[in-house]
Design a binder for this molecule. Structure first.
Ligand code: CIR
Length: 263
């Protein structure tokens, strides 16, 4: 096992927001995303990932799939291997097949999830040793079982979690800071799912900042969460803030707009 393989990445894959993102899924309507602004914010997201030293390829928008900018839900990348997942929302069923050819072009090995189960990438948190998979409204037991077999064959341990019902995706409420430290909302951490790891709790009034991403030496958080920024800086993380207001209108955090891997 290479220390840091869960946050040191040579590459990332992103997909441009589609104009159809105005019809993206959302639990509560807080307004329609402004597509021009979404594109601008997405371009900044890509630029900041490049600033960490990773090479980023940006795929064309997929108009038939309003949520396809959230590319993380359609695949899981572990090192040089990609696993094509089966996103659980009906409007997102076709996203995995649409992404597979790009993964074939890029990755050394591509494995497709077998069976009829569902897994959204947003329900998966990977550390150096463990793959946490959360059961949720999008990820079911059959999907977890099929994915577990694959990730175990790649040398990872699996931890299955019952994601609390108030949380869309397991990773909506957590993110990896380093090989032994996880940032989490209190609600999720209270389940005990991170036993054996150091957990840094998101300030209660800033739990929406929990879905951060660590890429190389940078920790990306959404802008507007000053207590989270201070907390992370006090723990010596280099924090980069990003304004992703338009993605947030579609219940999206930061991790879901990239697939991160090393070739
Ligand atoms: C959805 O509901 O599927 C999208 N509107 C948001 C997906 C966000 N994905 C993620 O956090 N992994």
């Amino acid at each position: 096992m290479t220390t840091g393989r869960s946050f040191i990445f040579s590459h990332a894959l992103c997909r441009k927001p589609s104009n159809s993102a105005v019809s993206g899924l959302r639990a509560i309507d807080t307004g329609t995303p402004d597509i021009d602004l979404f594109n601008k914010q997405h371009a900044e997201y890509v630029q900041q990932i490049r600033s960490t030293g990773a090479k980023v390829a940006v795929l064309d928008a997929l108009e038939p799939y309003p949520d396809s900018v959230f590319i993380e839900d359609a695949a899981l990348c572990l090192g040089r291997t990609a696993i094509v997942l089966r996103p659980g929302a009906p409007s997102r069923f076709g996203e995995a097949a649409a992404l597979a050819p790009s993964l074939q072009d890029t990755m050394r090995e591509v494995i497709t999830l077998s069976g009829a189960g569902f897994v959204d990438g947003g329900d998966i948190l990977t550390t150096d040793d463990d793959v946490f998979i959360g059961l949720s409204a999008r990820t079911n037991q059959e999907g977890v079982d099929a994915l577990s077999k694959i990730v175990k064959s790649l040398g990872y341990r699996v931890r299955q979690i019952n994601t609390p019902e108030s949380i869309l995706h397991f990773k909506t409420d957590c993110g990896l800071l380093d090989e032994k430290t996880i940032f989490s909302s209190e609600t999720l951490a209270a389940t005990g799912c991170f036993e054996g790891y150091q957990v840094l709790l998101a300030p209660e009034e800033e739990k929406a900042a929990a879905n951060l991403i660590r890429i190389n030496d940078a920790v990306f958080i959404n802008s507007g969460y000053p207590k989270t920024q201070t907390l992370l800086e006090e723990h010596n993380y280099k924090v980069v803030t990003l304004d992703m207001s338009e993605a947030a209108k579609l219940d999206a955090g930061l991790s879901c707009m990239s697939l991160r891997f090393s070739l």
